[in-house]
Design a protein around this ligand. Structure first.
Ligand code: HEC
Length: 130
């Protein structure tokens, strides 16, 4: 009996850690964001500036949404003139770069190019609605 109930506690904890994390917990690596910056410079800068994805604009689009939505948006809609033209790894690197631009911390694990995993990470900009 005692073993059964302690097993349940362990299960509950690991299930919990797999549910929602936020982007303030270090969900991408610094190297990934550096590669994303290069990709961004080549593929995205013709229409955007990095600063345009920060602050209130970024918060209005993405605050409190799952990271999978941002990933899906860029993979299916960007670059506007040629959507879907980048590799999944390039898109996820660019997403890591966007998080870095918004002063979210890097960590030890790379952000995966996997919508299911990204659904469990919530974007937290720390910016309140105006
Ligand atoms: C040909 C011009 C063009 C290119 C190239 C382009 N974008 Fe966009 N982007 C737009 C337009 C226009 C919008 C406004 C929303 C819409 O019309 O879909 C937008 C909106 C966005 C948004 C949502 C608003 C924001 O700033 O958070 C993101 C994120 C974004 N683009 C990322 C990218 C990324 C990443 C790339 C490179 C892979 C890229 N864009 C390349 C034109 C472009």
């Amino acid at each position: 009996m005692a073993t059964a109930s302690s097993a349940r506690v362990v299960d509950a904890q690991s299930a919990d850690s797999k549910t929602t994390r936020s982007t303030s917990t270090g969900v991408y690596t610094a190297e990934q964001a550096v590669r994303g910056r290069d990709t961004y410079a080549m593929q995205c800068k013709s229409c955007h500036t990095p600063a345009s994805h920060t602050g209130v604009t970024f918060a209005q689009w993405w605050d409190r949404k799952p990271l999978s939505e941002l990933y899906q948006f860029v993979t299916t809609r960007m670059p506007k003139n040629e959507p879907g033209s980048l590799a999944p790894e390039e898109y996820i690197e660019v997403v890591a770069y966007l998080l870095k631009l918004n002063e979210m911390p890097s960590g030890r694990e790379e952000l995966p190019a996997d919508s299911v995993a990204l659904k469990k990470i919530r974007i937290e900009t720390g910016k309140k609605d105006p």
